[in-house]
Design a protein around this ligand. Structure first.
Ligand SMILES: O=C([O-])C(=O)C[C@H](O)[C@@H](O)C(=O)[O-]
Ligand SMILES: [Mg+2]
Length: 431
């Protein structure tokens, strides 16, 4: 039977999803965070879904991209990059922007464009898989494991968003000291079975975060532990932390900001360094690998440009003897499904991936993905194996429509200023 894989319609739905008051070095998460849900429809009536960052600058690129996609084949995945180049030329206003810093590494125009491509790539793979009756992992060459391991992503956290801020209540409570972090880790193991732990650092002075990791090591002896201050430390502080925690850390994630500083740290410690900040594009690989700055690259399939680019990154890492795993950002089930499919195809995945998903109480799926023993089972259903809940999607889109614009761009520093009007994004290194 021949199929008509021509894309006949593309729908973009920006949404705001509830996010707890998670702390990081820049501030605190807003009560709602923007995401973009992408749907592509084929002439045969098959629909594929994708998800990516939903801030205004991504939307500005996604809209002309979506318009150009109609009439193309859902199987033309390489063509998505050519199309992105065309949109880049048309949207030079947005592409002219380069914003240094931030928790996603340097926000280059290239990375914005690739993050947009990823949402469409995943939607096209989902539609193609459904049309062919094949799971996404099969379209990527086939799974090499049946379940993908994730780590618990621990955050320092307030019990509530600041007073007067409309938000959804969560049941995690506060975690602002070692006892709170250990209690949060226990809740993660009880609810989801995670066996490895990542603590988001850069929030409190390093001694307090060292104490929290030591408390975790005592509570969970032998379990893999990571600490990630998002580049908040000087080289000297990074080395001090590495010396204190060397015995218990699986790796230290982005202790210092940028490849030269990471290389300096790496040269003087045996603790492996991981990054989702200094190697975030193919162009950044050569310098970092040549200087031995990182031992593990954490892909975010969104800003690497999708699932096939993530496989290419894994191949480059393998060539250079550098480990690969995945980090995440606030995301929903479509992205978790996409991460799980691609992670299932990467042969040498030796570190549990990390996911924010347990922090997201809301989703756009009829059925949430489940962690069992800290793992997500790799779906063999056609496409991603997920189904959109249209009512939920409409509800979360309504929230985006009703927002006066303040939450449509994630701004952790602005959210922190609600609690502390004097707050400014700390300069790095902070300690
Ligand atoms: O591993 C990381 O660097 C992240 O997960 C970045 C995120 O933005 C995280 O810091 C957060 O959600 O606050
Ligand atoms: Mg990180």
């Amino acid at each position: 039977m021949t199929r008509d894989l021509t894309i006949t319609a593309v729908h973009l739905t920006p949404i705001l999803v509830a996010d707890p008051p998670l702390l990081n070095t820049q501030g605190v998460h807003q009560p709602y965070t923007p995401r973009l849900i992408v749907e592509v429809e084929t002439a045969d009536g098959v629909t594929g879904v994708g998800e990516t960052y939903g801030d205004a600058k991504y939307l500005e690129l996604a809209r002309p991209f979506a318009a150009k996609l109609v009439g193309r084949q859902v199987s033309d995945l390489n063509g998505l990059f050519t199309l992105a180049d065309e949109v880049a030329v048309d949207s030079s206003r947005v592409f002219g922007q380069v914003d240094v810093g931030g928790l996603r590494g340097v926000q280059t125009a290239d990375k914005l464009r690739l993050s947009v491509v990823s949402g469409f790539e995943v939607a096209c793979l989902d539609a193609l898989g459904k049309a062919l009756g094949l799971p996404v992992h099969a379209l990527l060459g086939g799974k090499v494991r049946d379940a993908v391991e994730y780590s618990a992503y621990l955050f320092y956290k307030w019990a509530d968003h600041p007073e007067g801020v409309a938000s959804e209540k969560d049941d995690w409570g506060a975690a602002v000291d070692p006892a709170g972090v250990v209690a949060q880790a226990r809740a993660f193991t009880e609810r989801y079975g995670f066996t490895s732990f990542k603590l988001k650092g850069g929030v409190f002075p390093p001694e307090e975060e060292i104490a929290a990791v030591k408390a975790l090591a005592e509570a969970f002896p032998g379990h893999p532990l990571r600490l990630d201050p998002n580049g908040a430390w000087s080289v000297e502080t990074s080395l001090k932390v590495a010396a204190e925690l060397g015995d218990v850390l699986e790796y230290l994630e982005d202790p210092a900001l940028g490849t030269p500083a990471m290389a300096e740290v790496a040269a003087k410690t045996g603790v492996p360094l991981a990054t989702n900040m200094c190697v975030t594009t193919f162009a950044e690989i050569q310098e970092a690998f040549t200087k031995g700055a990182v031992q593990v690259v954490l892909s975010d399939h969104h800003y690497w440009g999708g699932l096939r680019n993530t496989q290419q990154l894994a191949a480059v890492c393998r060539t250079f003897g550098v480990g690969v795993s995945m980090h995440s950002n606030t995301h929903l089930g479509i992205s978790l499904a996409a991460m799980t499919h691609v992670a299932a195809t990467v042969p040498d995945l030796h570190h549990a991936c990390d996911s924010h998903y347990p922090w997201q109480s809301e989703d756009v799926l009829t059925e949430r993905l489940a962690f069992d023993g800290g793992k997500v089972a790799v779906s063999d259903a056609p496409g991603l194996g997920v189904a959109l809940d249209r009512e939920r999607l409409a509800f979360l889109h309504r929230r985006w429509l009703d927002d006066d614009g303040t939450l449509r761009d994630r701004d952790d520093a602005a959210a922190m200023r609600v609690a502390d009007p004097e707050w400014v994004t700390p300069s790095v290194p902070r300690w």
